[in-house]
Design a protein around this ligand. Structure first.
Ligand code: KIV
Length: 270
């Protein structure tokens, strides 16, 4: 083995993540390119190439028009930047409607990128898909609760787990998906008591987004948390930076210095 190869940081594994349940919360964040992934790498256990990129990166009004080819391109870029965090590929709408289709598309993810897991949205009706993928050696995260890929059919984004009937439904979904082979259950937009009950009912870790502080980990969309995405800010997003203001102020200074010929000066020319 070359020194170069020995120096490569080790990738976090599915087993390591599962062992974190009840020990240490898992930190996950989205990224869509190598530049940003490199900044997050090693600071969070997991990087999700979320189909949210269709909104924040591509400018569409929802996630539904993201395609396999687009997601593969961004995942390759993220993998170029992430050498130790686990990279997760978000299966786009329409890419996992049947076990056969899901297997065909998820196999592309493993063959064409270095992502270690895929994520799919849906409740117990997706159990046969998760089973097919995990039986064929593909690590799957099940995404339950508020599922952005259902925004058109449901006419909006709705918080789940508001009553005991819905909470029981979510617990049942989560248990069936765990049984089918999901190694993590991601819970989005669910009342915190319901998310806690789901977390306590599972052996595998849960990762929450807008689901309170009792899940086994948290995920946020990077462009939301650093203030780049301005169209709307969900209640659960804490801003860890004001990226849009930083860029606007920077570009205004650049524009003024170009117009006044203050930039470049001799420090910046050959
Ligand atoms: O696409 C995405 O970024 C996601 C997160 C909201 C979990 O699915």
């Amino acid at each position: 083995m070359s020194i170069q190869a020995q120096k490569q940081p080790k990738k976090i594994t599915t087993l390591q993540l599962q062992r974190m349940k009840g020990v240490e919360p898992i930190a996950m964040i989205t990224a869509y390119d190598a530049l940003i992934a490199r900044l997050f790498d090693g600071q969070v256990e997991m990087i999700l190439v979320g189909d949210s990129l269709n909104m924040s990166f591509f400018g569409a009004s929802d996630t539904l028009s993201a395609t396999m080819d687009q997601m593969l391109y961004h995942t390759k870029a993220v993998c170029n930047g992430a050498k130790s965090s686990m990279v997760v590929f978000d299966m786009p709408f329409g890419s996992y409607d049947t076990p056969h289709e899901a297997l065909k598309n998820a196999s592309r993810v493993y063959q064409e990128t270095e992502a270690q897991a895929v994520k799919i949205e849906g409740g117990k009706e997706r159990a046969s898909i998760i089973k097919a993928l995990s039986e064929h050696g593909i690590a799957v995260i099940a995404h339950i609760g508020l599922m952005p890929q259902f925004v058109r059919s449901e006419g909006g984004y709705r918080v789940r787990g508001k009553d005991s009937v819905d909470t029981q439904r979510l617990i049942e979904d989560a248990k069936i998906l765990e049984e089918a082979g999901a190694f993590i259950v991601l819970i989005e937009g669910v009342k915190s008591d319901a998310a806690k009950a789901i977390t306590q009912s599972l052996r595998v870790p849960t990762i929450g987004i807008g689901a309170g502080n009792d899940t086994d980990g948290q995920v946020l969309v990077w462009s939301d948390m650093f203030g780049f995405f301005e169209a709307f800010t969900p209640k659960f997003v804490k801003k860890y930076g004001d990226g849009a203001t930083m860029i606007r102020e920077g570009v205004a200074r650049y524009q003024a210095e170009v117009k006044s010929r203050a930039f470049p000066n001799e420090k910046y020319w050959y």
